[in-house]
Design a protein around this ligand. Structure first.
Ligand code: DAH
Length: 340
């Protein structure tokens, strides 16, 4: 009886060991069979009731069963350990020979790219780069540019006024004044930068945009010099001869003043939202520096004259790449920016 019991307990144990899936279950099972209160131990405790002549045989059998089970537990433990390692090998596998991932490089904003290009073009013509400031005062932004207080020309530019006489510059022309304060003629330079206007936003207007101011003061500077510089610039920027037209334009700090327009490169002159259906794009207001502006900075107008221009940098970028809405430029949308 006890012999059969021993064998069936052992067989049960071996069967269960086979199907164990983790180490916790395995050690519980080991306690269940081989522990102090385990089933094999329980069988051995009944040995006292066995006839003395059978006792030795059964005792031996019991020890063998115990050894067999211990061996089985040990093997299973080894098996489970191996499979854990296999899993780790699978999940943490890395190919050390694979090429490293490339770092993602950023790029300059299209406006900055073209700004740098324009700087190079003018540097090659002997122009320097003037530093300006975005926070300006009434004097440099208006007064010294022949736009006195209460002059209707102030209405041409809706201004973000700050405290006192401070304002966000409405144009880069204020740099003309700062350049003349610092430098004696002859000199020539450009100044690219951000400008601000308090105005409604649409496909061709932003409250924050970019201009490049240019100023050349010297002996015998005339409209011919101005036109030559502008044509050189446009030809290099657009890499072809661009159709231009010159119209009279009023700006208090130049006399005569002009509007230099270029044929709209978006629609080819047919008319679109960017050129307000005219086929032309107002690109480059310019002129000969007004004598009042020169005189105020102590420049002798008998000896010196100058030309100035104010280029809409955003417009140049839009024309160059066929962008039909200025709002893209400040959007910081990578889907847009990654194209340049
Ligand atoms: N500052 C003017 C504006 O933003 C543009 C301008 C016109 C600049 C004529 C000039 C110039 O230098 O000569 O509307």
């Amino acid at each position: 009886m006890i012999k059969e019991k021993l064998i069936s307990v052992k067989e049960d144990a071996l069967e269960q060991i086979k199907s164990v899936a983790n180490k916790d279950d395995l050690s519980q099972l080991k306690v269940k069979y081989l522990g102090k209160k385990g089933e094999i131990t329980a069988v051995l405790k009944t040995l006292g009731s066995v006839a003395p002549e059978e006792r030795a045989e059964i005792g031996k059998l019991a020890n063998l069963a115990k050894e067999e089970l211990e061996k089985a537990f040990e093997n299973k433990l080894q098996e489970l350990n191996d499979s854990i390692f296999d899993q780790i090998k699978e999940s943490e596998w890395i190919d050390v020979t694979a090429p490293a991932q490339k770092a993602k490089l950023g790029k300059l904003h299209p406006v900055t790219q073209i700004q740098y290009e324009i700087e190079e073009i003018f540097k090659s013509m002997g122009f320097s780069i003037f530093e300006g400031r975005e926070l300006e005062d009434d004097y440099h932004n208006f007064e010294a540019l022949n736009i006195p207080k209460d002059h209707p020309a102030r209405d041409m530019q809706d201004t973000f006024w700050l405290f006192g006489d401070k304002l966000l510059r409405t144009h880069t022309s204020s740099v003309q004044v700062r350049a003349m304060e610092k430098t004696k003629p002859p000199f020539q330079g450009i100044s690219p930068g951000r400008v601000f206007r308090y105005e409604g936003i649409d496909a061709s207007h932003q409250n924050t945009f970019y201009q490049v101011e240019g100023l050349m003061v010297g002996k015998d500077i005339s409209v011919a010099n101005l036109i030559y510089a502008m044509k050189t610039l446009l030809k290099k920027i657009f890499k072809k001869d661009v159709k231009v037209r010159l119209r009279p334009g009023f700006f208090p700090f130049v006399e005569p003043g002009f509007e230099l327009d270029i044929n709209c490169l978006i629609c080819g002159g047919k008319g679109c939202s960017v050129c307000k259906q005219t086929g032309w794009l107002e690109l480059l207001p310019c002129g000969l520096v007004h004598p009042n502006v020169l005189k105020l900075q102590g420049i002798d107008t008998e000896e010196y004259s100058g030309f100035a221009f104010g280029l809409g940098l955003d417009r140049i970028v839009m024309m160059r790449y066929g962008i039909d809405d200025i709002r893209h430029l400040l959007s910081a949308d990578l889907r847009f920016l990654e194209q340049f």
